[in-house]
Design a protein around this ligand. Structure first.
Ligand code: AKB
Length: 321
């Protein structure tokens, strides 16, 4: 049997969609989902779930040995907005957690995937067509932890031959889980509110333009990157990754094509400054060249698919309540 796959932060936004995709791709491989939350006995059996706090190094090692783990998808992390509200937690989980995973990868010869972010960039970075290699002076603690993580990953790859791979994700739009404390959460919340209430109050202004991606593209990118031959991976810090860029006003207009009475109000808060410090369009030429990255969903396709899935879900809720 192939070595076990361990997923940390499995109940988060990416993990909730990645685990089913991994099960399809590796039908005979044991997949252990893990996270800090305790789950019901049924869920533990169903998911193959372990309670694991990635900052607990000894427990992480115990699980790796117990299940003979060969690959870790290390998704546990604190996002940008939540990170500003709890900097200590953000540093501890994002940096010390990743360091524990990389140390384990070195000792047990594990393959590692972990997500970085466009938050590694800051106000001094070129905002449009942000290159793979450029100024990285983030203004958030989250961005600082991601720059640190990228440098750590690159160091472990070069010094110890650890097969670590990473992507700089833009905002990810998905319907499986509620958003989890990021600055790009508005691009997820807006859909549920449009369906439920016909209106949304957005915490960034309408001209805010950020790089975004639909979850199926994010999952495709992770699977493709992890399948690539090691020699093809020329970037061991983290790859720029792009799909679409749009302003909030453009997103609202697209939703209004499906829900004509939908209205959006604007009440910018502290997340506006974070959004303003990030690029608006990313250049992902290196990812396309090295391992054939190509996104599938544009804004029109994302909005149509999101509304369809969330409408089905809300009609199911009405029927079952
Ligand atoms: C966030 O908004 O914090 C994340 C990210 C872009 O890394 N979605």
């Amino acid at each position: 049997m192939a070595p076990t796959i361990l997923v940390t932060g499995a109940r988060g936004q990416i993990g909730s969609d990645l685990i089913p995709a991994l099960r399809v791709q590796h039908p005979t491989t044991k997949i252990i989902a893990s996270g800090r939350r305790t789950e019901t006995k049924k869920e533990i059996e169903l998911l193959g779930y372990e309670v694991l706090d990635v900052t607990d190094n000894l427990h992480l090692q115990k699980i790796i040995e117990q299940y003979q783990v060969g690959t870790i998808y290390h998704l546990a992390g604190v996002l940008s907005a939540k990170g500003e509200q709890n900097q200590k937690l953000c540093w501890n989980v994002n940096v010390n957690g990743l360091k524990n995973v990389l140390e384990a990868a070195k000792s047990y010869r594990l393959k590692v995937f972990w997500p970085s972010s466009i938050a590694v960039f800051g106000a001094n970075t070129p905002k449009v067509n942000t290159p793979q290699t450029t100024i990285k002076e983030p203004s958030t603690i989250y961005g600082i932890t991601k720059v640190t993580g990228e440098l750590l990953g690159q160091y472990y790859a070069h010094q110890f031959g650890v097969d670590v791979r990473s992507l700089r994700f833009p905002g990810i739009i998905s319907y499986s889980t509620p958003p989890g404390g990021g600055t790009t959460d508005f691009a997820v919340e807006i859909f549920a509110e449009a369906i439920k209430k016909g209106s949304y109050t957005c915490f960034v202004h309408p001209e805010t333009r950020l790089p975004m991606m639909y979850m199926p593209d994010a999952i495709k990118a992770i699977l493709k990157l992890m399948q690539a031959e090691p020699a093809a991976i020329t970037v061991r810090s983290s790859y720029n990754l792009a799909a679409v860029s749009f302003s909030v006003a453009e997103l609202v207009a697209e939703i209004q094509k499906h829900i004509p009475n939908f209205t959006c109000h604007y009440r910018p808060d502290f997340r506006q400054a974070i959004a303003d410090s990030w690029p608006s369009v990313i250049d992902d030429t290196q990812a396309r060249k090295d391992w054939g990255w190509q996104p599938s969903y544009d804004l029109t396709a994302i909005v149509a698919d999101m509304l369809q899935h969330l409408s089905i879900r809300s009609s199911e809720l009405v029927v079952s309540s």
